[in-house]
Design a protein around this ligand. Structure first.
Ligand SMILES: [Zn+2]
Length: 82
């Protein structure tokens, strides 16, 4: 993982819930950190929209599940390496 000055937990700037594992960049919605859920349901679809791709609600949910699984894999790998 690259070294960043982010705290590993904090409040999501979109839904105000607590996030863990550094959260996510909330741009272009907001200049701050957001939780995994907001990232998948709000931020990523917004980024895709600006690229001309509109996701259906079903696809957004699929993406959220996929994102979560991918992140869990990365965390597990990081834990093993440390
Ligand atoms: Zn959130």
């Amino acid at each position: 993982m690259n070294k960043q000055n982010f705290k590993d937990t904090g409040k999501c700037c979109l839904c105000k819930k607590e996030y863990t594992h550094y959260g996510n960049n909330a741009l272009p919605l907001k200049d701050g950190r957001c939780c995994d859920e907001c990232n998948a349901i709000k931020v990523i679809p917004e980024r895709l929209k600006s690229a001309g791709i509109i996701l259906s609600e079903k696809d957004t949910k699929k993406l959220f599940k996929f994102e979560k699984r991918a992140r869990e894999k990365i965390w597990k790998q990081n834990i093993k390496q440390n």
